[in-house]
Design a protein around this ligand. Structure first.
Ligand SMILES: [Mg+2]
Length: 388
């Protein structure tokens, strides 16, 4: 275990407090407003994690007529008092007062104010910058630490020609940021190769970008599916699109024989990836349940209880839907249940086989979304047995 200290470098405007438009400058107490979840989550971080809290902020032209020091001090003192009263104190505070055109080395993403953290006494690879702008991500890169980008604009970094450093994350809220810091990422990568198939599955339960292909550094958020079977791709995309996960599945199977191995081995690899990504299962909901969709009545319940079981009460009328034999759906869910060690109970009725199949996959996605939801405030194993 490293004895080095770790730091959480926290941006101020747009991260701790709301940045008022269009001035981007908080001059008065009336303008002072905390971002949602700041107090609750910083308190949690203070209580449960060993980060030193370091505020790092650019305050353009502070101390000039356009931005008097007294205006800043009034707001800053109130902010520190508000947080301090809730048990949240900063170990250090660094404010740069230059303008962008000054190109000062102290101005984020410059690190000249932060030399004390770069002398070897800090575990920078295990430290984080949290902020709302691309410059905060650049600061993380320049320090050699990780970034938590608190911004819901998923195109923000690509607009600046940036990508997140390894071990970093983009989040919409302080709740997500805190969960990431405390409980870590939930992703898995499975590359399963046999004489019949070559299957690559990468998933992130919390929707962070995953690789688009094996041996590729290229990342895609959302869903990337390619199995060679169009209808099967369409079904797997339901899982990716409706579960909130990021999911990549690339399968090259012996389709010249038939569809069997491609579908079966994809299910095994997906189940294995789910099991790996869930890890300890601490804090998860464990159960998921979903009901009707469109003209098809489908109920799908699942339990990540650690034991595989499948109840399958579904009948198809056609031999094929698209390029997928309908008998393979049972096989897919049996293999998935076995590999993920989950209990699946699936019932579906209706007249249209396409709709029925799609309803089952959508229901699976929604049930997964419920079951993998994690709560760090109730971070126990959801089992009276103490084992899942
Ligand atoms: Mg900011």
């Amino acid at each position: 275990m490293s004895t080095l200290k770790r730091a959480l470098f926290v941006d101020r405007d747009g991260t701790l407090i709301v940045e008022p438009q269009p001035t981007l400058q908080v001059d008065t107490l009336e303008q002072l407003e905390l971002l949602p979840g700041v107090v609750r989550n910083l308190y949690f971080i203070r209580q449960h994690l060993d980060f030193e809290l370091v505020m790092v902020s650019n305050q353009d032209a502070l101390g000039t007529e356009a931005y008097p020091q007294s205006h800043f001090d009034t707001v800053q003192e109130k902010l520190l008092t508000l947080l301090g009263n809730e048990g949240i104190t900063f170990d250090a505070i660094y404010i740069d007062k230059s303008r962008e055109e000054d190109h000062a080395p102290t101005r984020k993403p410059g690190t000249a104010m932060l030399k004390a953290y770069m002398d070897g006494s800090y575990d920078l690879a295990g430290s984080y910058v949290i902020g709302d702008r691309a410059t905060d991500v650049r600061l993380a890169q320049n320090l050699g630490c990780r970034a938590i980008l608190l911004n819901s604009d998923k195109n923000l970094l690509s607009c600046h020609g940036l990508s997140l450093p390894e071990g970093s994350v983009q989040v919409d809220s302080w709740d997500q940021a805190c969960e990431w810091l405390f409980a870590g990422e939930r992703r898995a990568s499975v590359h399963r190769v046999s004489k019949e198939t070559n299957v690559f599955v990468e998933l992130d339960l919390d929707g962070q970008p995953v690789r688009v292909a094996p041996d590729s550094a290229e990342k895609a958020s959302g869903c990337h599916i390619d199995t060679g079977l169009k209808f099967f791709d369409h079904m797997l995309e339901q899982i990716g699109r409706h579960s909130g996960m990021a999911l990549t599945i690339v399968t090259r199977g012996d389709l010249q024989v038939d569809e069997h191995h491609t579908i079966e081995d994809t299910a095994i690899a997906l189940g294995e990836a789910l099991r790996q990504a869930l890890g300890s299962k601490r804090g998860i909901e464990r159960y998921g349940f979903c009901l009707p969709m469109d003209d098809s009545l489908c109920s799908l319940a699942l339990d990540f209880g650690g034991r595989a079981w499948l109840v399958w009460d579904v009948k198809f009328q056609r031999e094929y839907v698209g390029d997928v034999p309908t008998e393979m759906f049972l096989h897919f869910f049996k293999s998935l249940s076995d590999a993920a060690q989950m209990n699946l109970n699936i019932k579906a009725e209706g007249d249209n086989d396409h709709h029925r199949a799609e309803a089952i996959f959508k229901a699976l996605a929604r049930a997964l979304k419920m079951a993998v939801r994690r709560d760090i405030y109730h971070y126990e194993l959801p089992s009276t047995k103490g084992l899942l």
